[in-house]
Design a binder for this molecule. Structure first.
Ligand code: ADP
Length: 191
């Protein structure tokens, strides 16, 4: 299996690049942000709880997202591989993902980190907020809170994969196709 973690701060382009990677490598896309927004739009109890935190730019509890990912892994037993987008976002989530994959005799192939500076991120998120309808993209204060959560809780996940020799950094600025090409070079090397 080819199991990729697509890593980077909010607005780094993970969603855009995931779509292109799915086409190229026939992987299943697992975005915890999309899964949570699905729960919100269905009005589930989980969605109602998660929405409060998401609207403030905070992370939702580890157990919630780990449970969602575990269900999706079980539901896609015949997949060629997965792209994890927006997950793991804490070291505890990264450890849980390793354990879940190990029970299936699988592991993460590579973690691809999209590097984009904070100023560019804030600019991209505000632009996206104009037409995405995502409340967490429309408010500069919430955007700053998300970047803060990222720097505090998510950035350490890079070291977790570095220690396993799986961390690969890719420049996240330039054209969408240029960035995609850089990612493919890394992926083809780890296949
Ligand atoms: P972005 O990458 O632009 O922040 P996402 O769609 O990945 O967007 O996430 C939106 C929000 O959903 C996050 O700010 C957070 O509240 C919540 N969320 C998504 N994934 C996770 C996760 N793995 N752990 C905790 N919270 C998460």
């Amino acid at each position: 299996m080819l199991n990729l973690v697509l890593f980077g701060p909010p607005g780094a382009g993970k969603g855009t690049q995931s779509q292109k990677l799915i086409d190229q490598y026939q992987l299943i896309h697992l975005s915890t942000g999309d899964l949570l927004r699905g729960e919100i739009s269905q009005g589930t109890a989980l969605g109602i709880e998660a929405k409060k935190l998401m609207d403030e730019g905070m992370l939702v509890p580890d157990a919630v997202v780990i449970g969602m990912i575990s269900n999706k892994l079980d539901a896609n037993k015949d997949a060629k591989g997965f792209i994890f987008d927006g997950f793991p976002r804490t070291v505890a989530q990264a450890e849980a993902l390793d354990s879940l994959l190990a029970t299936k005799g699988e592991s993460i192939s590579s973690m691809i980190a999209l590097e984009v500076d904070d100023e560019e991120l804030e600019h991209r998120l505000l632009l996206r907020g104009k037409d995405s309808g995502r409340p967490d993209d429309a408010n500069p204060e919430v955007i700053r809170k998300r970047i803060h959560e990222y720097n505090n809780k998510t950035a350490p996940v890079a070291q977790f994969y570095q220690a396993q020799n799986k961390y690969k950094s890719v420049v996240g600025t330039g054209s969408i196709d240029e960035i995609f090409h850089s990612i493919c070079v890394v992926v083809d090397l780890c296949k």
